[in-house]
Write a protein that binds this ligand. Structure first.
Ligand SMILES: *Cc1c(COP(=O)(O)O)cnc(C)c1O
Length: 377
């Protein structure tokens, strides 16, 4: 009989035309105008430089193609891999695209040429692949130097060797490096890396790129020819400590859902897996349809703020896969169906990241595929 009911056409309910079929209220609203505002802010700070908008990892989880399409005047886009660049070219993006990690195999070099990409070369192994590939068109190459981070890049001995091998190839050469501690303006490391970069590159006048968001904001002396803002474009301050730039940045992603249940519990009653939160008073507990299956981290502690109808309430108990609970005792007007904001407009993602022991980058890139991205222009 159940099967009969299931197949009864009369029971099929479909949304009307233009109404998205969304059974669950968790969503990430992506404010493309805010993204444009933040890019213009980066450009104003580094007025004589061009700016790669860093949209690797699917635009820090926001949706790389939509972001790129929202910045028709961007100088260029930076991504981590060929696959990410292909997605942008397939979507009709015509600006320059830089492969921050360069290429991983010889077979990619044909694509780098065909798609007219800029590529990093950070090791002699990559240089060897280029030589083996016998590319017959000039490429725009970015020699990445290790100035102290010791992650990727050519060192002081390898650079002249690489330049010697490249000089007759007809390629356009550029220089870049990456800072390890720019998120802490008090660290002496950035100045040391800058001195190292200048010493390594003094004899070559090719265009240079050094600054990520943090250096671009806090260290005017690192701006050079191209800057590489990432996190600031998404409206999150790159700094570990409070910084006035936060007030000028606009959050791009607002992660939200809705209250799906509310109950009253007695003093001493526990909430959630493992009974890690107990009511110290008669309490009103709301359940929000969002969890670690959506990218809200499981280790976020009780007490972390959630906005219900714009008011801050506290997370209560462990984060589940599909839901969290919040303490609504001081918000007696909250009703099932009311909006809950996890981060974004009105609730800085940096505060949530600090509570969860991580950084905004990880929260943003961790929003899972089941959360629909709703783009607002
Ligand atoms: C990700 C990345 C950036 C952007 O860094 P933010 O801290 O997000 O501004 C810049 N340069 C390189 C090489 C990167 O990998």
């Amino acid at each position: 009989m159940g099967a009969t009911l299931w197949h009864n056409e009369a029971l099929h309910i479909r949304p009307g035309p233009g109404i998205p079929c969304m059974s669950r209220p968790a969503q990430a609203l992506i404010d493309l105008r805010a993204f444009g505002h933040n890019y213009q802010l980066a450009k104003r700070l580094a007025v004589s430089a061009r700016a790669w908008a860093v949209i690797k990892a699917n635009g820090y989880g926001h949706g790389a193609v939509a972001l790129a399409q929202a910045l028709p005047n961007a100088d260029g886009f930076a991504v981590a891999s060929l696959e990410e660049a292909v997605e942008l070219r397939d979507a009709g993006i015509t600006q320059r695209i830089l492969l921050l990690g360069g290429y991983f195999e010889l077979s990619e070099l044909g694509e780098v040429a065909r798609l007219d990409l800029d590529t990093v070369i950070h090791s002699l192994e990559q240089l060897q692949l280029l030589e083996a590939a016998c590319v017959d068109v000039p490429l725009r190459l970015w020699l990445k130097l290790d100035t102290g981070m010791h992650r990727l890049g050519l060192d002081a001995a390898q650079l002249p060797q690489a330049v010697g091998r490249l000089q007759d190839g007809g390629h356009q050469l550029h220089l870049m490096t990456h800072f390890a501690c720019a998120d802490d303006p008090d660290s002496p490391t950035t100045a040391r890396q800058l001195r190292c970069f200048k010493a390594m590159t003094a004899q070559w006048g090719w265009p240079a790129s050094l600054a990520n968001s943090a250096a671009l904001i806090a260290r005017p002396d690192t701006r050079a020819d191209w800057v590489r803002p990432g996190i600031m474009l998404y409206g999150s301050s790159p700094f570990v400590k409070e910084h006035p730039i936060q007030t000028e940045l606009q959050p791009v992603m607002t992660l939200s859902s809705r209250l799906v249940a509310i109950r009253e519990i007695a003093t001493g009653d526990a909430v959630g897996y493992g009974e890690t939160w107990r009511a110290a008073r008669p309490s009103r507990i709301g359940t929000v349809a969002i969890g670690y299956g959506d990218g809200y981290p499981r280790h976020t502690p009780s007490g972390t703020p959630v906005l219900i109808n714009g008011c801050r309430v506290a997370l209560a108990g462990r984060v589940s896969m599909d839901s969290i609970c919040v303490d609504l005792t001081d918000l007696p007007d909250a009703r099932v169906g009311d909006e809950a904001v996890l981060w974004g407009r009105g609730l800085d993602i940096g505060e949530i990241a600090r509570a969860a022991g991580t950084i905004s980058y990880e929260l943003l890139t961790g929003v899972t595929a089941r959360v629909p991205r709703i783009f607002k222009s």
